[in-house]
Design a protein around this ligand. Structure first.
Ligand code: PMP
Length: 444
């Protein structure tokens, strides 16, 4: 056994015994051990302990927007840590990176959003949004407005409030949810209106939606959907929250996903791409109007805040990361490369039997796997996980979405990706899907 093989074996055993992985098949971990132990990242590539190289077709968790191994971010973190790694922001304490990042966000965010409450990730950001909108209605003298409406295919995270919104399988993981959440069919303005009528607008605080549903299978809203949502929210005095945790900071080919739809939310949550994952950071932005209401109506202390709200080092890295996205025109690159990626998917569709619909907006994309291209009938058991396995063998990491009867491959490569790398992704996918088709013919 080589030294490296011994290391892999040792880590794999420790992993099984001690490391509870997030969102993972716990039995499979015990059987297979850690399939990939990553050691290094450079650009769009990840390297593992076996020395294999992969295109990170998911930007890891939709977040490594500027790509891996960016020394500028390491340098920024080191300098900030050496100067002031951390200090409290409770009460009137503050720090320069948090102040500057909140000002920068106000400058680039959809019009009207002006003030930021920081958290450490997407779930915390969404829970914060739910609490803030409820507090807002309390202050406005409407304490009955407390329900939060979310969509059946949306994903907002796994903290108690976030789990209580969005995808059903995540809600069913725990047998008790937070109260005052309700659910509506995704992308149906009519269903939203009906739900509000049934529940009573005076009981509803807010409606939350991702501009493009990510973890739910990369579903892109119809063109008019958010305009109708905005009108409905205004009509019934309901706050509109967009969850831009995936879609912000260039991912969809615009700075923020909601910009594709020409509307502005009252509240916007972000995380992931704000630091490209180099440090944990998230937040909630409020419209200037809501911010002003809080200032006027609040008495005493706002009793919500995390130890790491406005973490100086995370905020310094966030600022640098946004500067890199701007200086390197990565939002534009996401738009152009997104089209290349979608062209690639369409080429695959016309050359392979088992591809149904393909979708994409910027560098978020999806390929539906079907038994029959004409009827869009699905296979009895999902095939996309087999393709994910074959793709990994050939050096591409992507993800499959199989709940709700879906059989979908999803993609979100780093925004720095170039045409050659997109072509490589397409070519690996072609070989992987062909290999799976052949296996299926053999086992028929
Ligand atoms: N909202 C959306 C749209 C997400 O995609 C995610 C994470 N995939 C979250 C919220 C939760 O973020 P976190 O995992 O950082 O808590």
């Amino acid at each position: 056994m080589t030294k490296n093989e011994r290391l892999i074996q040792e880590l794999s055993e420790l992993d099984k015994k001690h490391f509870l992985h997030p969102i993972s098949p716990i039995k499979q971990q015990q059987e297979d051990g850690a399939a990939f132990i990553f050691t290094e990242g450079k650009g769009v590539h990840l390297y593992d302990l076996n020395g294999n190289c992969y295109i990170d077709g998911m930007s890891s968790l939709w977040n490594v927007n500027v790509g891996h191994g960016r020394e500028e971010l390491g340098k920024t973190a080191m300098e900030q840590m050496q100067k002031l790694a951390y200090s409290s922001n409770f009460s009137t304490f503050s720090n320069e990176p948090a102040i500057r990042l909140s000002a920068k966000l106000a400058q680039i965010a959809p019009k009207g959003l002006s003030a930021t409450f920081f958290a450490s990730g997407g779930s915390e950001a969404n829970d914060t949004a739910y609490k803030l909108v409820r507090n807002y209605w309390l202050l406005k003298g409407k304490p009955s407005k407390k329900k939060i409406i979310s969509q059946t295919k949306s994903y907002h995270g796994v903290s108690m409030g976030a789990t209580s919104t969005g995808l059903k399988p995540y809600r069913e993981f725990t047998n008790s949810l937070a109260p005052d959440f309700c659910y509506v069919e995704h992308f149906s303005a009519q269903a939203l209106r009906e739900l509000i009528e049934t529940e009573g607008a005076d009981t509803i605080a807010a409606f939350i939606s991702e501009p493009v549903q990510g973890a739910g299978g990369v579903h892109i809203a119809p063109e008019n959907y958010f305009k109708e949502v905005r009108e409905i929210c205004d009509e019934y005095e309901i706050l509109f929250i967009t969850d831009e945790v995936i879609t912000a900071f260039g991912r969809t080919g615009k700075d923020f996903g909601i910009e594709h739809y020409g509307v502005t939310p009252d509240v916007m949550c972000f995380a992931k791409g704000v630091t490209s994952g180099y440090l944990p950071l998230g937040g909630v932005m409020l419209s200037e109007e809501i911010h002003q209401d809080f200032i006027e109506l609040s008495e005493g202390t706002m009793l919500h805040g995390y130890t790491y709200s406005g973490h100086p080092t995370a905020c310094a890295v966030g600022l640098k990361n946004i500067e890199m996205i701007e200086n390197e025109n990565l939002t534009e690159n996401a738009k152009v490369m997104g089209k290349e990626m979608l062209n690639g998917f369409n080429w695959l569709k016309s050359n392979l039997e088992i591809i149904g619909e393909v979708r994409g907006l910027g560098l978020m994309g999806a390929i539906e796997i079907v038994k029959d291209q004409v009827t869009q009938e699905k296979f009895d058991s999902p095939v996309s996980p087999l393709i994910v396995g074959e793709a990994a063998k050939r050096g591409l990491i992507c993800r499959s979405v199989i709940f709700d009867g879906q059989d979908t491959l999803v993609f979100a490569p780093p925004l720095i990706i170039n045409k050659t790398e997109i072509e490589e992704m397409t070519s690996i996918l072609y070989d992987s899907i062909l290999a799976v088709e052949r296996q299926m013919v053999q086992t028929k």
